[in-house]
Design a protein. Sequence first.
Length: 255
Amino acid sequence: MGLIQPLRRVLADVYDELAPDHVVHGTTVLPARHLRFGGREFKDDRFFLASAQSEAQRLVRRCGLSTASTVLDIGCGVGRLPIGILDQVGDIRAYRGVDIQSKSIRWCKLHIGDAHPGFQFRRIDVRNRCYNPRGVPLNESFRLPFDDEAFDVIYLYSVFSHMLQDDVSVYLSEFSRLLAPGGRVFLTAFLEEGVPDVMENPSGYRMKWNGPLHCVRFDKSFFTKLVGDAGLRVSEFEYGQETDGQSAVYLSRMP
């Protein structure tokens, strides 16, 4: 039994290398279904593209995204957001996507970056027990490779839902440095009122959670304090409407 999981991982890696890495839906190149993250619905090409378009439109409506904008996408995966931006807005002034998984960054460079030089992708080798357990641990000296106040929009979907307090604080501090005046951060997280400050895989909460950091839930007031400690504030909050019951959170600089 102890060999089953390692064998599955090896077979999955072989399949990733040999199988086609993309499909074409209409005129849009999408990542192959086996490369996509999220629930089963994301395996459907129409749903995947619609969700990409919806996320881009969210940023247009709520964060002022336009062709003049600069965007930082944390945990860009296989390019759902940039696919949506290109479809709905077109080439923007600058898009930078970062992720800890090499295969995701390779896909984005090949299928997005080569045709759109303003869309650039970079792997960051930071530790996450769920996605990159052998990466470099985060600490207060961590810096993303971008200039101060470089981004009008910072986007991260279902990233803090797999991250404990110390790492969240490091990223929030970086967002405070990287966010341009008047800019906004959009993120999702599991936030509830009247619960312990932070819990990993809370029992009986929404669904059954398996594996390291599958679900990290924060008390809303505690999370708001982490945001404030970084020099940011919660400007808008929408409870429980995102994937698996996560909440949508919009941040801006302290006035």
